[in-house]
Design a protein around this ligand. Structure first.
Ligand code: KG4
Ligand code: ZN
Length: 350
């Protein structure tokens, strides 16, 4: 990795093209300092047919989408490619075939435009979504150090955020991620992929205390969701033996109870972490932070315990390139650029 300091003219804005392709969303964004000028996301409906993301199909779709998505992002931002200061891309973690599409595109474009290339850790970028600024939204950002519960389809982490690029994972899942728990539970109920948003929707009119599922007993700040999944599977299987229409008749209550259990597991650990570290600036990030129950639960807990809570706007919860561009901006300020020998990596710790 080269550590060349950027040639910054303090008055000149830093314009970053961000590229995200770690899973099943092809996204490109253009930022000017901390402001988002455009954030385009092409999602891939094809995976619905298979009940989950098919890696081979995902990389093919990225290949097809990346040029039009970048083109549209530049158009919407009103920025010419010659005006870009640097290109930031997701290096990992994620599906390797998908990551390689974004990485190759970013490398080739940086080379052609003769501008710096910046690699970004996807999980770090989810946290940095809290520093995205929109012209019309003057939301405050958390102050360092803060805790961030980062919950997505592949990860569940409690992150101690000491500075923009200085983060430490202090707790994480030992098996399934929270988003995976939502999606697998939804699959058991016969709902299509991704099931998280659908559980959220049906839960709105259900009773969260209708059904009780097993809660894990995992030491320290770590999480586990595989036992919950098994508990839901056996419960539904037994009930269906008694009444074949059980799920249909109780869908809202089932969704509300499942959601309630997942949220309780997350918020309980976050509360322990806050007490242990004596930190009351508490944020959430990642796809599952779009969940309305989790957003409300965080606000309610915050009121009780005197937390200052931070929740990203919906468009920056799930995968998006604006968060990659913002991470790129902070790396640009530190001159953290990489050479053409950089690769993508499926596993990438914060
Ligand atoms: O961060 P993300 O877009 O991609 C990964 O990096 O994994 O997160 C995707 C996950 C999926 O599991 C999806 O079901 C979940 O976030 N998700 C939700 C909601 N919106 C997205 N889960 C519960 N409620 C939601 N509203
Ligand atoms: Zn993500």
């Amino acid at each position: 990795m080269s550590d060349r300091k950027p040639e910054t003219d303090s008055k000149k804005p830093i314009i970053i093209l961000g590229i995200e392709s770690s899973c099943d969303e092809t996204s490109a964004a253009v930022t000017k300092d901390c402001n988002v000028l455009a954030n385009l996301i092409a999602d891939q409906k094809i995976h619905e047919l298979y009940g989950g993301v098919v890696p081979e199909l995902a990389s093919r779709a990225h290949q097809k989408n990346i040029v039009p998505v970048v083109d549209q992002a530049l158009k919407e931002s009103g920025i010419k490619k010659e005006e870009l200061s640097a290109i930031a891309f997701t290096r990992g973690p994620g599906l390797i075939g998908s990551l390689l599409v974004g990485a190759s595109f970013a490398k080739a474009t940086a080379l052609a435009l003769k501008i710096p290339l910046i690699e970004v850790n996807h999980m770090q970028a989810h946290v940095l979504a809290h520093f995205i600024r929109n012209k019309d939204a003057k939301v405050p950002s958390p102050k360092f150090p803060f805790l961030c519960l980062t919950v997505s389809g592949g990860h569940t982490q409690i992150v101690l955020v000491k500075d923009f690029l200085d983060m430490e994972v202090i707790g994480e899942t030992i098996d399934d991620a929270a988003g995976e728990a939502f999606d697998k539970a939804a699959k058991i109920l016969g709902l299509p992929y991704p099931g998280g948003p659908l559980i959220d929707k049906y839960a709105q009119t259900g009773n969260p205390l209708s059904f009780k599922f097993a809660e894990p007993n995992i030491p320290e700040l770590n999480f586990s969701f595989s036992g919950l999944k098994t508990s839901i599977l056996y419960f539904v299987r037994d009930k269906m033996k008694e009444d074949n229409n059980f799920v249909e008749k109780n869908l809202n209550d089932l969704c509300a109870s499942i959601q309630h259990t997942i949220i309780k597991i997350l918020i309980d650990k976050l509360t322990i972490a806050s007490k242990q570290l004596n930190i009351k600036e508490i944020a959430i990030a990642g796809g599952v932070s779009a969940n309305s129950g989790l957003r409300n639960a965080l606000i309610e807990k915050g009121k009780k315990l005197g937390w200052k809570t931070f929740i990203p706007s919906f468009e920056y919860c799930t995968d998006n390139a604006a968060m990659i561009a913002i991470a790129g901006y902070y790396k640009y300020l530190k001159g953290e650029f990489v050479g053409q020998d950089i690769g993508a990596t499926a596993r990438y710790k914060i």
